[in-house]
Design a protein around this ligand. Sequence first.
Ligand SMILES: NC(=O)c1ccc[n+]([C@@H]2O[C@H](COP(=O)([O-])OP(=O)(O)OC[C@H]3O[C@@H](n4cnc5c(N)ncnc54)[C@H](O)[C@@H]3O)[C@@H](O)[C@H]2O)c1
Length: 261
Amino acid sequence: MFEDKHVAITGAGGGIGRAFAEMFIAEGAKVSICDLRDPTDVAREIGATGYACDVSDESAVQDLIVKSGSMNGPIDIYIANAGVGFSDHPAGHAAGAGNGAWETSWQVNVMGAVYAARALLPSWIARGSGNFVIVASAAGLLNQIGSASYSTTKHAAVGFSEAIAIAHRDDGISAHCVCPQYVRTNMTKGMKFAENNPDGLLEPSDVANALKKAIKDDIFMVLPHPVVGDYFKAKAMDYEGWIDGMVRLRRKVPFPGVNSG
Ligand SMILES: NC(=O)c1ccc[n+]([C@@H]2O[C@H](COP(=O)([O-])OP(=O)(O)OC[C@H]3O[C@@H](n4cnc5c(N)ncnc54)[C@H](O)[C@@H]3O)[C@@H](O)[C@H]2O)c1
C-alpha cells in the first residue's frame, strides 16, 4: 500500500518518528525525516533522506517540503511528530512553567503542524489525495498531570487534527490523530510513573504498527493503548468523576513537576 509513496516525518531523529520511518521504509515507501539536529546519519542508516528543520519556523517547514519533494516526489503522507514537553516547574502550579516553555510547546506541538498543512493542503486538494498525521498524545484527550503546557497544546493538536478531518474528507484527504499513552523514548526516560505504568510502556514500533493499520483502514483516531479510548469515554460520560479520579491520582503518584523532581 505504501510502495513508492513519499512519507515525510518530523522529529524523526529517534523515538517514535524513527520507528515510523523504519516501518514505512519496510513497506516500500520513500521516506524523508527531519529533526532539529541534522538527522543525516540516522537517515543513512535506515535508508531515508535527512533534513535539519525546526518545525517552529514556518519558512523552514516550507523549505523541507520543497527540498524533500524535489528529492522524493510530492509528499503523500506527512507526519507531524516533533513534540516537546515541559513540567510545571519552576513554580509547580498549573501556570508554573515559564513563558518560554509555553511558547515552545505551542510552536512545536501545534504550529509546526499548521505550517505544514498550510503548505501542503492546496496541492493535496487539487490532486484529491493526501494523509496528514498529527502525533498528539493521550494527554490531548485526557491530561498530563504535572504538565499543563503539554496537556493544553496537545488538546489543541487534537482539535487541529479534527479540523483537517472534517474540512477535507470531501477533498479526498485523510487526517489521523495518534494519541499514545507512555512509550519508551527519550521523552519518558527516567520517568518512573511511565516506566512502571499499569497500562504498559509501549515500544515505538508498536505505535508505528498502530499507525500503519489506521492508514490502511482509514481510521482517524489512533490509540496504540486501547484503554485510552475507555478513559476518554468515561471522561465524556462523567466529567466530574473523571476530575475526582485525576485528583486522587495526582496525590498518589510522584509526577515530575508535582511532587517529585
Ligand atoms: N513517548 C511518549 O510516551 C509519548 C506519548 C504520547 C505522545 N508522544 C508524542 O510523540 C511524539 C514523538 O516523541 P517521542 O516520544 O518519540 O520523543 P523524542 O523526544 O524521542 O522525539 C521528539 C523529537 O522531536 C524533535 N523536536 C523537538 N523540537 C523540534 C523542533 N522545533 N523541530 C523539529 N524537531 C523537533 C526532538 O529533537 C526529538 O527528536 C511527540 O510529539 C510526543 O509528544 C510521546
